[in-house]
Design a protein around this ligand. Structure first.
Ligand SMILES: NC(=O)c1ccc[n+]([C@@H]2O[C@H](COP(=O)([O-])OP(=O)(O)OC[C@H]3O[C@@H](n4cnc5c(N)ncnc54)[C@H](OP(=O)(O)O)[C@@H]3O)[C@@H](O)[C@H]2O)c1
Length: 251
């Protein structure tokens, strides 16, 4: 059977951990040449070994313009084009209204909004007809979550970027969609409650009870949805928010 990303060039940002790592692995297995990014060099090297296949790591912080320029310059020099980009790098922290800090807002909106805008804008010259942009959103884009307003607002912004960019890209043949995971078992999720393993398990159990499927998601399940949106299987899907959330935000 033909691989679904055979001969495609893809970037997954923030791919040394969690959802990004699982997505890069799947894309490589489906025949893509995958570029992965992240700020932590050691984890990035470990990810390259883990992914195997055709993968190039670029140690880049998505909030830094010069790092993004270096990433796209390398892809341009190597391939001259980009077929799919999963803008996944991001994260957040927990603080209730009354304790929100300027630092938290700058970090969250820097990584989840500003970095997303400039990652896609700088990718644009490499994106041809038929290419796909996948922005990683979150169920928090449409739900309220206690002590998680700053992160949630940043993901609501991501959702609108896709709507508006679908118009900006009109006629170019470039699709842009949001993939919004529900709670998914990743280092980024469990570390929201610190590094105590019991506290992390209790947190996952509490989240599972809010999900109609009765469990949290696994990174590999989100990766499969990303593959759908990145590949030609979704050739007429544009501007949507696809939820992979076990039903959490759908009921
Ligand atoms: N897990 C969930 O339940 C869940 C649910 C909904 C949405 N999401 C979203 O899914 C995405 C991945 O999250 P995850 O749960 O897989 O978290 P994770 O395990 O913490 O992975 C986050 C990845 O992003 C990278 N990253 C963070 N800031 C970056 C920056 N400024 N520049 C480049 N890379 C950066 C991290 O690498 P470095 O730290 O080395 O840079 C890491 O590879 C995020 O956008 C998150 O908001 C997650």
């Amino acid at each position: 059977m033909t691989k679904r990303l055979e001969n495609k060039v893809a970037i997954v940002t923030g791919a040394n951990s969690g959802i990004g790592l699982a997505t890069a692995k799947l894309f490589a297995a489906e025949g893509a040449h995958v570029y992965i990014t992240g700020r932590r060099k050691e984890q990035l090297d470990a990810a390259v070994a883990d992914i195997g296949g055709s993968v190039t790591a670029v140690n880049a912080d998505s909030t830094k313009m010069e790092d993004l320029d270096r990433l796209f310059a390398q892809v341009k020099a190597d391939h001259g084009r980009l077929d799919a980009i999963v803008v996944n790098a991001g994260g957040g922290s927990v603080l209730p209204l009354g304790q929100i800090t300027e630092e938290q807002v700058d970090d969250t909106f820097g990584r989840n909004v500003k970095a997303v805008i400039f990652t896609v804008q700088k990718a644009l010259p490499l994106l041809n007809k038929g290419s796909s942009v996948v922005l990683i959103g979150s169920t928090t884009s449409i739900e309220g979550t206690e002590a998680f307003s700053v992160y949630s607002a940043s993901k609501a912004a991501v959702r609108n970027l896709a709507r508006s960019w679908a118009l900006d890209l009109k006629g170019k043949g470039v699709r842009v969609n949001v993939l919004s995971p529900g709670p998914t078992r990743t280092p980024g999720l469990v570390e929201l409650v610190g590094d105590d393993k019991n506290a992390q398990q209790g947190f996952l159990d509490a989240l599972a009870s809010t999900i109609p499927l009765g469990r949290v998601g696994e990174p590999e399940e989100i990766a499969k949805a990303a593959l759908f949106l990145a590949s030609d299987d979704s050739s007429f899907v544009n501007g949507v928010e696809l939820f992979a959330d076990g039903g959490k935000a759908q009921v």
